[in-house]
Design a protein around this ligand. Structure first.
Ligand code: MSP
Length: 604
């Protein structure tokens, strides 16, 4: 069915022919074949199959090193980190991979412009992204660089597998190439415009507005068109493969409309900075084939037969921006099908951060330097704001004034205020309330809490708290971390409202009077303890659930409450389950130590 593979040049270096000889026979040995069949059967499984102890594996896109990171990149990293930490909080072993995309025309040209060797250029670029990851508390396990030797070997190996499978053929290619997007566009997807700053007439991509140039060359192609039916079947079997559903529909439509084969190499004289085609040193591999494979090479591809899933493959979620869906949701699954590897379970596609309603990007010049933003607002404030207000379906506009406004309402005015009221308030004692209403050690929930007829807000706040873990978890399972954090904050707002309405400080006054009068104080004491208990439980559960979002502040909150280290995970996120806390692990009188969310004062 397929045309014979005809390499452009047959001359291999001694190393390349050694590699080629070593790989091919090994791959097809009998026992490996058996295992491959087993492995292949996994590739058709749907997204809900049991994981047999496979670690949860989540990835960020790998970042181009030609430009400095901006808030959009930081957003993708934080979302991915939240997904990982959520699973960790639920006691699942989890792996996060991030890294840098270092090959291709774009980086080659940027290095030339900077008058440095590409490798040196990439080393510097990768450091900046590593620094960003560290600065924003990304809990990555792997930082993948595509110029890394192991990755390059994995890519060469994959190429040979594709070639052996008959998926690669040589042909003349003509088309419009965008260096900025690192992709070819068909004639119907480009248009002639007058470039406003220069007045030059240029061809640009209709989709991204990026300049394209006409290229005509001989190179290798991947038989993408052959995967149309299998891809459509895969989408049908896995309707939640792409989140949100609107983007799933777009991809299904695109693929239904037909697929063209994909050019997967460039002549060496045009592109030298990349992985050389192992069977033809006159060609360099297409950067997207190389880059996508990072997700697999990072966790052990080519996999050792028998322990394929040990590193985490297949990925549970790839988090990507909406501009790179085609690569992740069409090309990548097709490459994996051709390589007979299991497909990722889900791709979370996010909307963009805009500034003045225009996509934040280096070429537009409207980028926000994440390091400056972090300096100004702090790590947790940025993590919280970007997830809480960032778009999954719709773009979100970035503005410093929004950050301050939201911080005041949610973090300092909402959670900070609740914590300070309950933990530092006079006239009650959190430990006493927990002892009175916390569970007995035998029951699963708290001792029954009865609400007097006058306590009209109590049942609502209590119910909302009971439902919180399940509802937040549902949003996380649906890959909507923004909705999850909004739901968690709702519990805080509910508790604040409840406290405001029940005004325990008034009850404290009444209690003092009763004591002075020598009348019974028991009912009043119970009433106060009940309000404090519901609030303390809100703080405790919110503290546990916020760990993935704002790790430092959540830890501080749980320390303030005196929650035991071993009781900060999902198992304990049930109202009344933990009755051991209530004695702070820090000095609450020291404002420096015990202020959860300091006021944002400087220069605003
Ligand atoms: N190198 C490719 C990805 C290869 S993955 C195998 C790439 N790199 S990138 O540096 O240009 O973009 C990295 C991520 O940042 C992408 O998911 C992209 O969508 C995201 N963002 C870039 N600008 C963005 C915004 N303004 N807002 C939100 N995310 C944005 O693409």
């Amino acid at each position: 069915m397929y045309a014979r593979v005809t390499p452009l040049a047959r001359a291999l270096t001694p190393l390349q022919s050694l590699i080629a000889r070593r790989w091919r026979p090994q791959w097809v040995c009998q026992s490996c074949k058996q295992r491959r069949l087993l492995w292949r059967s996994l590739t058709t499984s749907t997204t809900t199959t049991a994981d047999n102890g496979k670690p949860y594996y989540v990835t960020t896109p790998i970042f181009y090193v030609n430009a400095a990171p901006h808030v959009g990149h930081m957003y993708t990293m934080i979302l991915t980190d939240v997904l990982k930490r959520w699973q960790q909080m639920k006691n699942r072993r989890s792996i996060l991979c991030t890294g840098t995309d270092e090959h291709g025309m774009k980086v080659q040209q940027a290095a030339t412009k900077a008058k440095v060797e590409p490798q040196e250029f990439c080393d510097k670029g990768a450091e900046v992204f590593k620094e960003l990851a560290a600065r924003i508390d990304i809990s990555h396990d792997i930082f993948m660089r595509t110029s890394n030797r192991k990755h390059k070997e994995a890519v060469e190996y994959a190429w040979q597998m594709l070639e052996q499978g008959g998926y690669i053929y040589e042909s003349k290619h003509e088309g419009w190439y965008s260096v900025s997007d690192e992709t070819f566009y068909p004639q119907g997807q480009v248009q002639l415009i007058v470039d406003p700053p220069t007045g030059r007439k240029i061809m640009v991509s209709v989709e991204t507005g990026k300049e394209v140039e006409w290229t005509s060359e001989r190179n290798y192609h991947f038989r993408l068109s052959a995967f149309r039916e299998r891809l459509l079947q895969f989408y049908r079997d896995n309707p939640k493969f792409i989140v949100p559903a609107t983007r799933m529909n777009e991809i299904v439509q695109q693929v239904s409309g037909g697929l063209e084969d994909l050019s997967v190499s460039r002549p060496l004289e045009r592109l030298s900075w990349g992985v050389r085609v192992p069977t033809d040193p006159s060609q360099t591999m297409y950067v997207w084939l190389d880059a996508l494979l990072n997700y697999a090479s990072a966790v052990g591809y080519p996999f050792t037969p028998g322990s394929e899933t040990a590193g985490g493959w297949p990925a549970d979620v790839h988090v990507v921006g909406k501009d790179i869906i085609r690569f992740h949701c069409i090309y990548w699954p097709a490459f994996l099908m051709a390589l007979e590897l299991p497909l990722p379970k889900q791709v979370l596609t996010t909307a963009h951060w805009t500034m003045g309603r225009q996509k934040m990007s280096k070429s537009t010049g409207n980028v926000v330097n994440p390091f400056f933003a972090l300096e100004r607002f702090g790590v947790d404030a940025m993590r919280w704001y970007l997830v809480h207000d960032g778009g999954i379906t719709d773009d979100a506009d970035y503005d410093n004034s929004y950050i301050i406004e939201k911080y005041k309402k949610g973090l300092s005015g909402g959670l900070g205020n609740l914590a300070s009221r309950i933990l530092k308030g006079k006239g009650w004692n959190v430990r006493r309330a927990v002892e009175r209403f916390g569970h007995t050690g035998t029951a699963v929930g708290p001792r029954s809490i009865e609400f007097a007829g006058s306590d009209e807000y109590g049942p609502e706040a209590y119910k909302s708290l009971q439902l919180l873990p399940e509802e937040a978890d549902k949003f996380m399972n649906d890959l909507l971390p923004n909705k999850a954090v909004q739901r968690i904050m709702q519990a805080v707002y509910d508790a604040n409202y409840y406290t405001q309405q029940t005004a325990p400080w008034h009850l404290v006054k009444a209690l003092e009077n009763a004591r002075a009068d020598g009348t019974s104080v028991q009912v009043l004491e119970e009433q106060i303890d009940k309000i404090i208990f519901i609030n303390a439980e809100t703080l405790r559960m919110v503290g546990i659930l916020l760990q993935p979002f704002v790790p430092t502040s959540a830890k501080k909150l749980l320390d303030m409450l005196g929650v035991d280290q071993g009781r900060r995970n999902w198992d304990w996120c049930v109202v009344g389950r933990d009755d051991t806390y209530g004695v702070p692990k820090m000095d609450l009188e020291d404002p420096k130590e015990s202020t959860l969310f300091p006021r944002l004062t400087s220069a605003f």
